[in-house]
Design a protein around this ligand. Structure first.
Ligand code: ZN
Ligand code: ZN
Length: 355
């Protein structure tokens, strides 16, 4: 018996040693297989027909390891649309197995830097890696033209480099950058997309003094979702969210931001403390978002634009406060990669994370 055990232990040690010695070769073989599989996979085609909403960025301006800048991916049947393009959005999208080359259009909620600072990279990825031959349509309220023109100009030199290096047959010049599609919600809601089974409506929210600022309601084959954008608790969000499957809502904890304000003040950083104080008045608390979700009778609530970062999960309780008592449905504090699937022709809501 002892001999058998000794032989087994020796074999295990030799195998572990060989594995360690050849770890580079093993890793290369694994990489080859993974690359081949990834390149050949179309994740979109593997999803059931329906409405899918994911977080390519669950965070806000403050850095967080698992929450990139605000970015929501909406997949409606064969169409991939992105709402807001915060920093890291296209990279998170790729890590979720989704191809920036397949982005049909981007919808912006407003032009705060954290919502647009990944747009240049997203347009570039869609053009170069995705081999698109037409620019990316970027919809937004008045002002979107300046934003898109600015990014196009900032990337103009890079466009020249890509063309010189790869040639126009590989990177068609016509696919460079973005094209702005402006709308105005001054006179009421605007239907941004109404094609086939997909309808997307923009509506004004209250992010004063930032104007315009909008949220979006998406409907596809009987499944519905509302993305609040940045807003104070707002009756319009509640109205548009009424009876929908999913509400993706902005969430800021005044209690935790208060700690940042206090810390900044104690450190003698008065201006930073004032900024922490100012941001309290144009966002929604988790408890307020829960109230909206409860009154609107939404089937699930996904909090995003999480402020401040929550570096340890034990902070989730203090962040939520009483939100879980106010809203009895599924309530998630979003992280990057969260993915909510709502298959067409049913009422099922499936939560997963693609990272
Ligand atoms: Zn924001
Ligand atoms: Zn904002």
């Amino acid at each position: 018996m002892k001999r058998v055990l000794l032989a087994l232990a020796t074999t295990a040690i030799v195998a572990a040693g060989a594995g360690y010695l050849f770890r580079g070769e093993i890793a290369l073989a694994l990489m080859q297989r993974t690359v081949e599989r990834t390149m050949a996979t179309n994740a979109m085609a593997e999803l059931p027909d329906g409405l899918h909403v994911g977080l390519c960025g669950a965070g806000a301006p403050m850095p967080s390891p698992n929450r990139s800048g605000p970015c929501v991916v909406v997949i409606a049947g064969p169409r991939l649309i992105v709402i807001d393009s915060g920093t890291g959005g296209s990279r998170t999208l790729a890590r979720m197995g989704l191809d920036a080359g397949q982005i049909e259009r981007v919808l912006l909620t407003h032009f705060h830097s954290d919502h647009i600072d990944g747009l240049g990279e997203m347009m570039l990825q869609r053009w170069v890696a995705g081999a698109n031959t037409a620019p990316l349509p970027v919809h937004g309220p008045e002002g979107v033209g300046r934003v898109v023109a600015g990014f196009n100009e900032a990337y103009a030199l890079d466009k020249g480099y890509r063309l010189a290096h790869h040639g126009p047959d590989i990177v068609a010049p016509s696919g460079f950058g973005g094209v702005a599609v402006a709308f105005s919600v001054a006179g009421g809601d605007v239907v941004v997309v109404d094609e086939g089974d997909l309808k997307i409506t923009a509506f004004a929210v209250d992010h004063a003094p930032i104007e315009p600022a909008v949220g979006y309601r998406i409907a596809y084959k009987g499944r519905t979702a509302v993305i609040s954008g940045d807003t104070k608790p707002n009756a319009s969000v509640e109205t548009h969210a009424t009876g929908t499957d999913l509400l993706v809502h902005d969430a800021l904890s005044p209690k935790l931001v208060g700690l940042l304000e206090e810390g900044a003040r104690k450190a003698g950083r008065g201006k930073l403390a004032q900024i922490m104080h100012d941001i309290l008045n144009y966002h929604t608390t988790p408890e307020e978002a829960a109230g909206i979700a409860a009154r609107a009778k939404v089937k699930a609530l996904l909090l995003y634009h999480i402020v401040p970062p929550l570096p340890i999960s034990a902070l989730e309780g203090p962040f939520l406060g009483k939100a879980g008592e106010i809203y009895s449905g599924p309530l998630l504090i979003g992280i990057d990669g969260d993915f909510v699937s709502m298959p067409a022709g049913g009422s099922e809501i499936v939560f997963s994370n693609r990272l």
